[in-house]
Design a protein around this ligand. Structure first.
Ligand code: S3P
Length: 432
């Protein structure tokens, strides 16, 4: 894919797809509920389809039509043993959440994935599950994972790594486990699983003690079916938000965007940089906060963000780094270690590709330093993505300012935002 410089700004109202995290959960939780659920606006991307196909392969009846999917839940403990290994493509969320869920089912299963997913750490979910007596066998800490389904032991677990995927895998394991499991986290991670489980009638309660959040879940209460309308994805919106901020003569409006406070770091960070971003029409849907977002071309200042921002926006550092490259002063983003174990080593690729674009930047101890300049002299216009969708989309936005940039292996964008290129071009982008 090639992304070239645009001249007349980014203008209009892009259609942002459904939220990826909520879409995965909108398949998993209804599939183990006790009845029929209608899901509206689900993200039809490769990652989410891997979750959907996994549940089909375990006997869940899922009807897909143009806009909605209809899931006939089988209950907490009635999934069928899949005939084949479950292939999860590039999707870390599917892998971590399913590892938890399947460890407490009554059959054995094997999870496999593509090259990138097969190199990502899975002990982080297998180890805490082992405390519940789960029988999980990783391959040198990664996929393929073999899971021997069994009755688990309710346990108190402190989350060592701040990760919604780990927390959610544990919650899904605890759901089908007799007794009380308590999960304690001392850093914020996205809470879509807790919100959705509560709305499906799970016996789940959250309390806060000092800096900690404790989630108590009493297992084996059947889930009541519920309909879900998936809000649009803030992480996908971020590419359009930054493109409007850094390009002259731009003004966009994004509708029905999820504005969950465990995930809105990108809005807070950009506002701190002086971005003209206005949130309006705040409302709730299925207990998730939703709003509309208006964005206009802005003169951005650099900023320093502490590691607490990483908890609220880990997926947004690639595109935030592009914004920082067009600010009028340097930026420092601290505490980005988790970026190294995403779909790629994102810290490495942000640095490599920014440097190839002529941006002066460095990392020290997982902190990222960006020193912007008024003009960039491209050293190499081939962007290396290692099949990482967020690196590909972020540097596509970079191309709108300094292109043409050639984005390698850009098909990875289909994992989260299949209509990205069309939407960008509708607003004035030049991507082909
Ligand atoms: C996700 C959690 C985050 C995020 C990922 C989606 C989720 O991962 O980066 O894109 O849906 O729970 P971690 O749990 O590894 O932080």
């Amino acid at each position: 894919m090639i992304s070239d410089v645009i001249t007349n700004g980014i203008n209009g109202e892009p259609k942002i797809p459904g939220d990826k995290s909520i879409s995965h959960r909108s398949i998993i939780i209804p599939s183990i509920s006790n009845g029929i659920c209608e899901i509206d606006n689900i993200l039809k991307s490769e990652d989410v389809m891997h979750t959907l196909n996994a549940f089909k392969s375990m006997g869940v009846d899922i009807e897909e039509n143009e806009k909605k999917i209809i899931i006939k839940g089988k209950g907490l403990n009635s999934l069928n043993e899949p005939k084949n290994k479950i292939y999860l493509g590039n999707s870390g969320t599917s892998a971590r959440l399913l590892t938890g869920l399947l460890s407490s089912q009554k059959f054995n299963s094997v999870l496999i994935g593509d090259k990138s997913l097969s190199s990502r750490p899975m002990k982080r979910i297998a180890d805490p599950l082992a405390k519940m007596n789960a029988k999980i066998y990783t391959t040198n800490g990664s996929l393929p994972i073999s899971i021997e389904g069994s009755n688990l032991k309710p346990t108190d677990i402190n989350l060592k790594i701040p990760s919604a995927q780990i927390k959610s895998g544990l919650l899904l394991a605890a759901l089908n486990t007799e007794g009380e499991t308590n999960i304690t986290e001392n850093k914020i991670t996205r809470d879509h699983t807790e919100i959705m489980l509560e709305s499906f009638g799970a016996n789940i309660q959250t309390t806060h003690k000092n800096e900690n959040k404790i989630i108590k879940i009493v297992g084996q209460r059947e889930l009541i079916p519920n309909n879900i309308s998936v809000p649009n994805d803030l992480s996908s919106s971020a590419f359009f938000i930054v493109s409007a901020l850094i390009n002259e003569r731009s003004s966009i409006i994004l509708k029905d965007i999820n504005n969950n406070q465990t995930r809105n770091g990108i809005i807070l960070a950009l506002k701190k940089m002086g971005a003209k971003i206005k949130l309006s029409n705040n409302r709730k849907n299925n207990n998730e906060n939703i709003c509309d977002i208006e964005v206009k071309t802005s003169n951005l200042n650099g900023c320093e963000l502490g590691p607490e921002f990483a908890d609220l926006m880990i997926d947004e550092y690639p595109i935030l780094s592009i914004a920082a490259s067009f600010a009028n002063s340097p930026s420092i983003f601290r505490g980005l270690r988790e970026l190294r174990v995403k779909e790629s080593d994102r810290l490495k690729l942000i640095l490599l590709n920014l440097q190839n674009c002529g941006v002066n930047c460095k990392s020290e101890n997982d902190d990222l330093f960006i020193y912007p300049s008024a003009n960039y002299k491209i050293r190499n216009n081939l962007i290396q993505t290692d099949f990482d969708h967020r690196i590909a989309m972020a540097f596509c936005i970079m191309g709108t300012k300094i292109g043409p940039l050639h984005i390698n292996e850009s098909s990875s964008i289909n994992t989260s935002f299949p209509t990205f290129k069309n939407e960008l071009n509708k607003l004035g982008g030049k991507v082909f």
